[in-house]
Design a binder for this molecule. Structure first.
Ligand SMILES: *[C@@H]1O[C@H](CO)[C@@H](O)[C@H](O)[C@H]1NC(C)=O
Ligand SMILES: *[C@@H]1O[C@H](CO)[C@@H](O)[C@H](O)[C@H]1NC(C)=O
Length: 360
């Protein structure tokens, strides 16, 4: 008997919950607790997806679809992982059940849910210099692989740049620093100089990944290179010990010599050279971190490095399509699920508690 009462009670409870859910169904966003996913619509797709240096995964879904429900935790996990690893990748979600997205979902010929598309930039320079949004600057493909975090992430990362260009010879570096006039203007570049301590180390690898994302964000307006003391050190020392008539080389030599051979703790030295203006800067942050460090550490380092680049070169001399200097911040914030819907909730609450005061 007791069992029946219990069953009846839970039956009623479930019915009640279902009724409430059904009533509010339209309002409860599918991805309510997601801070790392962007809600894409026809209003923001141009700036967030087709004026971005990042690779985007677009999920077209309908809240009632079973496979979408199955995939949901995976998509949320994917967003968290991308954010934690500070990858130049983003996840955009389009709710095709929302009538205001009907045109957008039609445009991409969405026939089943979920449909996953990857949107990858072809040429960052071209995108940064485009007067108009042009989808032709991107490769759009349907993702047909396994619908699991690992394979999707691997697919997205495969479309990003793998490593910084390695400068093997000192001559090349010398030419870049002195802006030897072969033809065009020598643009500023960031150089990761890996010391003997940093060789194949986790720290220099983690730093390189941060630099790759920063390079992507600046969309080709600043070059990012790497080299190692083993590769260029001996020749550099030879030049340092002879009298160089190039002012920039002479200054850099004396400063680098001390750092490379006295500071035995640094795994990399970060250098920013602006050959046109005969200027350089050495990043002074105690920067280097291991892969294991917690969420947002990599992002925080990326922000510091971007800040240093912008402070050194001047905002007007760099273009940022994504990241902390992209001027997309407010649009991004408005498009993130959590902030978007929690704001609405807070507003209703304030209104309710304010009511008695109004009555007085
Ligand atoms: C692309 O984004 C950049 C940076 O936010 C902006 O300056 C530029 O005007 C945008 N391009 C287009 C075509 O909207
Ligand atoms: C930006 O670049 C120009 C030309 O190279 C230079 O004159 C100017 O000083 C730079 N701005 C800053 C803040 O460094």
């Amino acid at each position: 008997m007791g069992c029946n009462v219990t069953r009846l009670f839970f039956g009623l409870l479930i019915t009640a919950v279902c009724l409430v859910e059904a009533q509010r169904g339209k309002e409860i966003p599918f991805y309510l607790n997601s801070e790392d996913l962007l809600e894409i619509s026809s209003n923001n797709i141009d700036q967030l997806v087709f004026n971005s240096s990042y690779v985007t995964l677009l999920e077209f879904y309908a809240p009632w679809c079973g496979y979408c429900k199955q995939l949901k935790p995976g998509i949320e996990k994917l967003g968290q992982t991308i954010s934690k690893k500070n990858l130049p990748v983003q996840i955009g979600i389009v709710n095709c059940d929302d009538s205001s997205n009907a045109k957008l979902c039609g445009e991409y010929n969405i026939e089943g849910f979920p449909t996953l598309l990857t949107v990858a930039p072809k040429s960052l320079k071209k995108i940064a210099n485009s007067e108009k949004i042009n989808k032709k600057n991107y490769n759009i493909d349907v993702y047909k692989g396994a619908r699991e975090v690992g394979p999707i992430l691997k697919h997205l990362v495969s479309k990003t740049k793998k490593e910084l260009k390695f400068v093997k010879e000192f001559q090349k570096l010398y030419a870049a620093i002195t802006a030897e006039k072969n033809s065009k203007k020598q643009k500023p570049f960031v150089l990761q100089l890996i010391t003997s301590q940093g060789k194949n180390g986790k720290e220099s690898n983690a730093l390189e990944r941060v630099l790759l994302t920063t390079e992507t964000q600046f969309a080709g307006s600043v070059a990012f290179l790497k080299t190692s003391v083993d590769a260029v050190g001996p020749e550099m020392l030879a030049v340092c010990n002879s009298d160089s008539d190039n002012k920039l080389i002479a200054q850099l030599c004396s400063e680098l010599k001390t750092r490379i051979y006295s500071d035995k703790s640094a795994s990399s030295i970060l250098l920013l050279v602006d050959p046109e203006n005969e200027a350089y800067s050495i990043y002074e942050g105690k920067n280097y971190i291991s892969e294991k460090q917690e969420r947002n550490k990599l992002k925080a380092l990326g922000r510091k490095i971007s800040q240093w680049v912008v402070d050194t070169l001047g905002t007007e001399n760099v273009t940022a399509l994504d990241g902390p200097f992209s001027q997309k911040d407010s649009l991004l914030k408005r498009s993130v699920f959590k902030s978007k819907y929690s704001k609405k909730k807070k507003k209703t609450r304030t209104r309710k508690s304010a009511a008695p005061l109004d009555e007085l």
